[in-house]
Ligand binder design. Structure first.
Ligand code: AMP
Ligand code: ZN
Length: 192
């Protein structure tokens, strides 16, 4: 990434911001927001990986889970309250958690339904980022924060191996050969 500073005044003010800042823009977009409290905002995930997929973000400028410390425990507890509210408001079964290595800035918690049915769910990496240990459940993250006061980064070898995990249905023991087979199979769970 270039560290060069842009000192010219000829750059139009609408120069696109880096893609990793997209959530910060969506936090201000009334069409994205579904809840807004004193401490947190809930937005719709722009590329949902299931029928219900929200992101819970703090107003406080916390870049990622790696910046959390014990002073953020009450904020995390607020995330838990929001998750409870969302479960009460939705008929789908919901999970809450964090990607071990997030790609977008501003710390965020995923709240996602277990159906995993969405046209935006395309790749094995998408699947494994929600259906392996790469997805840190909310309770586990809060416990780690309470126990050791910070969130440890996973080693890059573990990241690589989690992304290579063979496909496995999240609702039964079926092991699909590829993503089209997995997506067909997920639809069958809807009929049960
Ligand atoms: P991650 O950083 O890997 O935990 O996930 C980032 C999430 O943000 C993904 O689920 C994306 O689909 C979602 N996303 C990407 N860009 C936007 C955006 N501009 N507004 C809302 N959600 C987004
Ligand atoms: Zn299954």
């Amino acid at each position: 990434m270039s560290k060069r500073k842009n000192t010219t005044s000829s750059i139009p003010s609408k120069t696109p911001k880096h893609w990793s800042l997209g959530l910060i823009a969506s936090m201000k977009d009334p069409n994205s927001i579904i809840k807004n409290t004193e401490k947190v905002v809930v937005i719709k995930d722009k590329y949902p990986k299931a029928k219900v997929h929200y992101l819970v973000l703090p107003h406080e400028e916390i870049n990622s889970i790696y910046k959390l410390n014990k002073s953020h425990i009450s904020l995390l507890e607020e995330f838990g309250n929001i998750f409870k509210e969302l479960k009460e408001e939705n008929e789908s079964e919901l999970r809450a958690g964090f990607h071990a290595i997030p790609s977008m800035q501003r710390m965020h918690m995923h709240v996602i339904s277990t159906d995993m049915i969405s046209t935006s769910l395309k790749t094995k990496i998408h699947w494994n980022s929600f259906c392996t240990k790469f997805f840190i459940p909310y309770d586990e993250l809060l416990q780690e924060l309470k126990d050791i006061g910070n969130i440890r980064k996973i080693p890059s070898e573990l990241h690589t191996s989690l992304m290579k995990t063979p496909l496995q249905c999240n609702q039964c023991s079926f092991k699909p050969k590829n993503m089209p087979e997995l997506k067909d199979h997920l639809l069958k769970h809807q009929l049960l």
